[in-house]
Design a protein around this ligand. Structure first.
Ligand SMILES: C[S@@+](CC[C@H](N)C(=O)[O-])C[C@H]1O[C@@H](n2cnc3c(N)ncnc32)[C@H](O)[C@@H]1O
Length: 212
């Protein structure tokens, strides 16, 4: 499959910032009870293998493993995957794309997309959610986190101490819930919280379940 142009841009940007991103966010969960609550609920309802899709340096993969999940990570960025492997040597991390996962049909009990759908143009998200539905077993769960907004691109030219070029889409929880439902993933729980610290927007967390 030919790669859409934005995929190259995202990979290059995260290769550039991987080490600094990992250093900045390595302990961010400890300051965020709502993130931990959603991850904990996900760990409670999931029974079987889980993929952390767009795992970055594995800052969510590690805590999910600590909660008892059999979890591995996938990310576009080879530099992110290198950091994840160094940081979590007992866990499996592979390069790959949300738009075409190198995973069998119906093999997973859960997928996590923690701030990893935010760089995909919204019109391409139905293809991403179709991939989530394909790799999940019936009654498998998907957990998503993202910044809330109106689906318009927000361009970033500097981040984590580096010049780069990257679009971020702040997304409507209602719209994402509709797109998930269209893919056969019904949202069962959602949390939207106000921005905290350096955050500029509200943050959304959706837990969806694949139809039986
Ligand atoms: C904001 S970071 C989040 C990383 C990690 N989930 C976390 O919460 O720290 C976004 C990550 O998603 C990855 N990503 C973005 N689009 C992707 C895609 N289409 N396929 C795979 N990974 C993707 C990026 O490479 C990057 O590592």
């Amino acid at each position: 499959m030919t790669e859409p142009a934005f995929v190259h841009t995202v990979r290059t940007a995260y290769d550039t910032v991987a080490a600094d991103y990992a250093a900045l966010f390595h302990d961010a969960l400890s300051a965020n009870p709502f993130d931990r609550a959603m991850l904990g609920a996900f760990a409670d309802v999931v029974d079987g293998p889980v993929a952390d899709l767009g795992c970055g340096p594995g800052r969510i993969t590690g805590p999910l493993a600590a909660l008892g999940l059999n979890v591995f990570g996938v990310d576009l960025s080879p530099e992110m995957i290198a950091v994840a492997r160094r940081t979590h040597p007992s866990l499996r991390f592979e390069t790959g794309s949300l738009l075409g996962l190198d995973l069998p049909d119906a093999g997973l009990a859960g997928v996590v997309a923690w701030y990893s759908i935010i760089h995909t143009p919204p019109q391409l998200l139905p293809a991403v959610f179709a991939e989530f539905a394909r790799v999940l077993a019936p009654a498998g769960h998907a957990l998503l986190a993202f910044q809330v907004g109106n689906n318009q691109p927000h361009h970033i030219s500097h981040a984590y101490g580096h010049d780069l070029s990257l679009d971020v889409y702040r997304l409507s929880p209602d719209h994402i819930a509709e797109q998930l439902a269209d893919a056969g993933l019904a949202v069962h729980a959602r949390l939207v919280r106000k921005p905290e610290g350096e955050e500029k927007t509200s943050q959304a967390y959706l837990l969806a379940r694949k139809d039986l």
